[in-house]
Write a protein that binds this ligand. Structure first.
Ligand code: BV8
Length: 230
């Protein structure tokens, strides 16, 4: 396949694996105050509360399994590894467990970071403020996730892929968070055809050439099969 495809996923692709989204009714930001649990200021104020928030999500993630949408994208990437760039805003490890390679622009729930020496390592099941960095020993460990106000990871690689994309597909994201919410315009400006696969119309739907609405486990396998047959 000569076409270069960039895929951006959000919480909606993991919803049918039982992991909560953020802005749907009853979503995570309805249960927690984003400012308290997903900002560096909130972590500085109450690290125990933030660790408890991510410990609970790490437990949910362990109990979840990749769904048909994760597996379909893994199949597409395996068939055309050089042509598919997979970007995810999600911090769960469901793509890795489905055998797909994703650029985790908002970090990874299953990795820990030392904010003293910047060491990274696989996160233990439960993290706590008194946890010590295995490299420097400082009691300065945090989840390796990108909080609001922090610079997302892999932006150079992402912007290069968007600039060379023939197709851009957004799956299960509201487009509410930046800079990910503007990737569709970056891709369109580079001449890519853009497609939204989402449970329902999002604020970003008008920005796409085409939008299909329904659950990811139905839409994504159908779309992948059509691309593979193409
Ligand atoms: C930054 C990790 C500087 C932690 C998260 C303009 C430019 C740049 C920045 C900003 C800007 N305006 C505002 C900002 C600041 C801020 C921001 O965007 N604020 C928002 C609230 C307005 N952005 C930042 O701080 C970012 N950093 O800006 O650095 C910079 C400046 C310029 C250029 C580069 C850098 C850092 C943001 C990262 C924050 N960390 N997560 C954690 O997870 O705890 S964000 C969080 O939101 C998650 O990553 C989540 O994935 C992401 C986006 O949400 P969605 O994934 O879209 O989830 P949501 O619930 O919203 O939507 C789910 C969708 O799925 C829905 O549409 C639903 O219909 C659909 N769905 C549901 N079920 C299904 C389904 N679809 C299909 N099938 C289903 N079954």
């Amino acid at each position: 396949m000569s076409e270069r495809i960039v895929i951006l996923t959000g919480a909606g692709i993991s919803a049918e694996s039982g992991l909560g989204t953020f802005r749907d009714a009853g979503g995570l930001w309805a249960q927690y105050d984003l400012e308290e649990v997903a900002t560096p200021e909130g972590f500085a104020r109450d690290p125990a509360k933030v660790h408890a928030f991510y410990n609970a999500r790490r437990e949910n993630c362990r109990a979840a399994a990749p769904n048909a949408a994760h597996h379909a994208i893994a199949r597409l990437q395996a068939a055309h590894p050089a042509a598919v760039t997979l970007i995810t805003q999600n911090i769960d490890d469901l793509f890795a467990r489905a055998g797909a390679e994703a650029l985790h622009m908002h970090g990874e729930l299953m990795r820990a970071l030392c904010h003293s020496c910047a060491a990274r390592w696989p996160a233990p099941e439960r993290m706590a403020p008194e946890g010590a960095c295995p490299q420097c020993g400082a009691r300065a460990t945090r989840p390796d996730v990108v909080w609001f106000g922090e610079m997302p990871y892999h932006l150079d690689e992402i912007l290069a892929a968007l600039g060379a994309a023939d197709r851009f597909v957004a799956i299960g994201t509201s487009g509410a968070v930046q800079p990910a919410g503007s990737f569709v315009q970056e891709a369109a400006a580079a001449g890519a055809r853009t497609l939204e696969l989402n449970l329902e119309p999002s604020e970003a739907t008008p920005l796409f050439d085409e939008a299909r609405h329904g659950p990811a486990t139905a839409l994504v396998p159908d779309w992948v099969e059509a691309v593979l047959a193409g």
